[in-house]
Design a protein around this ligand. Structure first.
Ligand SMILES: *Cc1c(COP(=O)(O)O)cnc(C)c1O
Length: 377
């Protein structure tokens, strides 16, 4: 449970006040090494920055508070964090993950399944029984979900997934990159590990690549994850850590604005004659809307997809005509982006060729709607 609301926790970034100078923002600690005392004992909590650094600590404390977890660890990218989790799975064990999920994480799962005799079952997120059927009790070690699922924004019921995973003796890990701690609290709903690609909303300015893991308990798996970060060395630089902390201070207002902009855009585009479907969990027509209302308690986020009438050519033509939406991959920045997802994911992609993904930023929504209007006209 969080002590204060996310807005307060973030704005004050851990209520930092420097005891020597009174500074209200933390300093950056670029030092890679930390001096010792007369008896060669450590003076503070730090010895070497691949292990830990005071600037990472700042971000990790904030992230743990925000998700209501026991501890957090910062990584040099989202994928460095995800791969650290799956490094804890032993040969002969089994992983369950959604058929549609972040493609980089899926590629990695396929690789370790092939190389290490780890079982891997993908489940269809639109079938409510599929997760239970995919699990192998006693063998499944990790159930991994992402919600809403990129790029269809299907919503997975976290509380139910946690119950199903725990029944089978597995842990539940949740990729919460798209919903963020502003609107979804996976640990409170029963998840064991939460992952954020901090490259996206948490930093929010498209200028830092980072990942964060938060754990509910400091158990054996968590010790192993910390060991992996320490020895594989996927740590963030001190300057990037500090930038991320700075970005996180405005997360709540950025996410809330992106959510309200995205809802207005989804409502404007729904029923548009040039569009087959608008996929946004905030729309009543979306299949995941009922679950979303329960587990996205402060906005449905800034991500939506449009299935354009026609195929890849028509979809790409719309993307090209947009002037404000920048044609680029990634999400969660202050600026709006448009992406032809199938092109980005490549030949293995399961995404429909007529799908355009929008990452809605914090611009004036009327300007964004006018841009979409001219691109469709
Ligand atoms: C971007 C992203 C990742 C990977 O994070 P990186 O910071 O790019 O390594 C994982 N999951 C989701 C949902 C993402 O959007």
């Amino acid at each position: 449970m969080r002590k204060h609301s996310a807005r307060t926790i973030l704005a004050q970034a851990g209520h930092f006040i420097d005891s020597v100078t009174g500074a209200v923002t933390p300093p950056i600690h670029p030092s890679t090494t930390f001096a010792r005392g007369d008896d060669y004992e450590l003076i503070g909590d730090y010895s070497y920055s691949r292990y830990q650094n005071p600037t990472y600590d700042q971000v990790e404390h904030l992230a743990a508070d925000l998700d209501g977890g026991a501890e957090a660890r910062l990584f040099s990218s989202g994928m460095a964090a995800i791969t650290a989790i799956f490094e804890t799975v032993n040969i002969g064990q089994h992983i369950v993950a959604p058929t549609i999920m972040y493609h980089g994480a899926q590629d990695w799962l396929r690789r370790i399944a092939e190389k290490r005799e780890i079982g891997l079952t993908f489940f269809n997120t639109t079938d409510p029984h599929a997760l239970r059927q995919a699990i192998k009790p006693g063998k499944t070690d990790i159930v991994w979900i992402e919600t809403p699922v990129n790029p269809t924004w299907d919503v997975i019921d976290i509380a139910e997934a946690a119950a199903v995973a725990h029944d089978a003796g597995a842990v539940l890990g949740v990729d919460c990159t798209v919903s963020t701690p502003i609107t979804t609290q996976p640990l409170e709903l029963g998840a064991d590990l939460v992952f954020h690609s901090a490259t996206k909303y948490l930093n929010g300015h498209s200028d830092v690549t980072a990942g964060i893991l938060v754990t509910r308990e400091t158990d054996q798996r968590w010790d192993e994850i910390k060991f992996i970060r320490k020895h594989v060395g996927g740590v963030l630089g001190a300057f990037e850590s500090w930038l991320l902390l700075r970005g996180m201070r405005t997360l709540s207002i950025r996410f809330e604005r992106a959510s309200s902009n995205a809802l207005k855009i989804a409502q404007y585009l729904e029923g548009h004659p040039k569009i087959d479907t608008v996929l946004y969990p905030g729309l009543e027509s979306h299949p995941g809307h009922e679950i979303a209302k329960r587990q996205m308690t402060n906005g449905f986020g800034g991500m939506l997809s449009l299935c354009i009438k026609g195929g890849a050519t028509e979809a790409k033509a719309v993307a090209t005509r947009l002037k404000l939406f920048v044609p680029a991959t990634s999400l969660g920045g202050v600026e709006s982006l448009v992406e032809h997802r199938a092109s980005v994911e490549g030949p293995l992609s399961q995404v429909q060729p007529n799908l355009l993904r929008l990452s809605v930023g914090i611009e004036d929504v009327n300007d964004l709607i006018a841009d979409l209007k001219q691109a469709f006209d």
